[in-house]
Design a protein around this ligand. Structure first.
Ligand SMILES: [Zn+2]
Length: 382
């Protein structure tokens, strides 16, 4: 299988650098969206739309439209609006914030569009290219939720592009749930009111009790209390304190049982003169596509064709949403690189040709009709 021509790789790198220069924190993706909409419209103004969550969509019209393929890449980054976006370039790599996650993923969308347009290829089924919002941080996959809500079970495949992680194929979306738990009391003077409940003292006991809950062992499950805050001054009984918990599991039902156990500990910890309240600050449902599913088999075949070793794995990506509803979905990386989410994030340039070629080849494989099985006698060949 030939690689896509070098001119398209150059185009992908150019677009990647342009997109990287546009600050695009979660909930502030408008500028990226406007740029991408302009590129989409230049090819297909009729079918380019921005939906109510800020997602930009366009269509490569196919012969048929009953089983479209959705290719998406998220526009948001973990970096603030005022982050220094300067890049460093060598022959081998480009370094800079969000260059891989996810400027290259977005550039992949634009390159696929241009490739199909230049070569006048009419795909067998419609291909929808989607630049979506709210994948990172507290975005809670709102963009992808809207996409899946629009297409539901119709697509033959949801393919999520990430710039980094060449060879990685996410087939399992981790279930993630996040809470902020707050304790509030009257506070008081550290000496005069000694004996009154302190939000900080009670919080530390509560955290200890939560961490003492048995972690399920049937599948990988994790807990992290990543942030605490509270108190007023060194000689005040703390009137309030709060902490944030991030809970993850490979299986949703396991996670739910674990969360129930944690909340029964919280219930039992209630004491007079101390209010405990909580809010859910994130919910990413999990799900999985079977390793034997044709979509997984075909991406493996496509990657191997370009000598990329496929690694089936789990993660928390936009693919969580279709996977959680039982729709075929994968998340794939376009090149090698590292240090995602940091200032010195980098992508390697040489493997982009293979990464992009594999995704385009995957599309061809998806349209192939399944060969009739020899074991089924009397079945008509077509
Ligand atoms: Zn990403």
């Amino acid at each position: 299988m030939k690689k896509i021509p070098q001119s398209y790789i150059q185009y992908a790198v150019e677009q990647c650098k342009i997109l990287q220069q546009i600050p695009s924190p979660t909930f502030y993706e408008e500028k990226s969206a406007a740029y991408i909409a302009k590129q989409f419209e230049a090819v297909n103004s009729e079918d380019t739309v921005i939906d109510s969550t800020g997602n930009v969509l366009t269509k490569i019209r196919g012969i048929k439209s009953n089983k479209p393929i959705i290719i998406s890449a998220h526009m948001d980054t973990v970096h603030a609006l005022d982050v220094d976006l300067q890049i460093e370039e060598t022959e081998e790599r480009i370094t800079g914030p969000s260059i891989g996650d996810n400027s290259l993923g977005l550039a992949g969308l634009l390159t696929i569009l241009r490739y199909f347009d230049d070569l006048n290829i009419t795909p067998w089924q419609d291909i929808w290219l989607v630049a979506n919002t709210a994948e990172e941080g507290l975005g809670d996959l709102q963009g992808m939720k809207a996409v899946v809500n629009m297409f539901k079970r119709k697509p033959m495949a949801y393919i999520v592009l990430e710039g980094l992680g060449l060879g990685r194929v996410v087939i399992q979306g981790l279930s993630v749930q996040r809470y902020r738990i707050r304790l509030e009391g009257d506070g008081g003077h550290s000496w005069v009111d000694f004996g009154k409940p302190s939000a900080i003292h009670e919080m530390t006991k509560l955290i200890e009790n939560i961490l003492a809950v048995d972690i399920p062992k049937t599948c990988k499950t994790s807990i992290n209390i990543g942030k605490i805050s509270g108190g007023k001054s060194i000689n005040s009984i703390a009137p309030s304190a709060e902490f944030e918990i991030d809970l993850r599991s490979e299986k949703n039902d396991v996670l739910q049982t674990y969360i129930e156990a944690i909340f029964s500990v919280i219930e039992q910890s209630k004491i007079p003169e101390m209010r405990i309240t909580w809010e859910e600050i994130g919910k990413r449902p999990g799900g999985m596509i079977k390793p034997g599913h044709p979509l997984v088999q075909k991406i493996k075949q496509a990657l191997l064709t370009y000598n990329i070793e496929p690694k089936l794995t789990s993660g928390s990506t936009d693919a969580n949403i279709p996977l959680s509803q039982g729709f075929p979905a994968i998340c794939v990386g376009l090149t090698a690189g590292d240090h995602a989410h940091s200032q010195d994030e980098y992508i390697e340039l040489a493997p982009i040709a293979d990464g992009l070629s594999a995704v385009i080849y995957l599309l061809n494989l998806l349209w192939e009709k399944p060969k009739p099985s020899r074991r089924t006698p009397g079945r008509k060949r077509n």
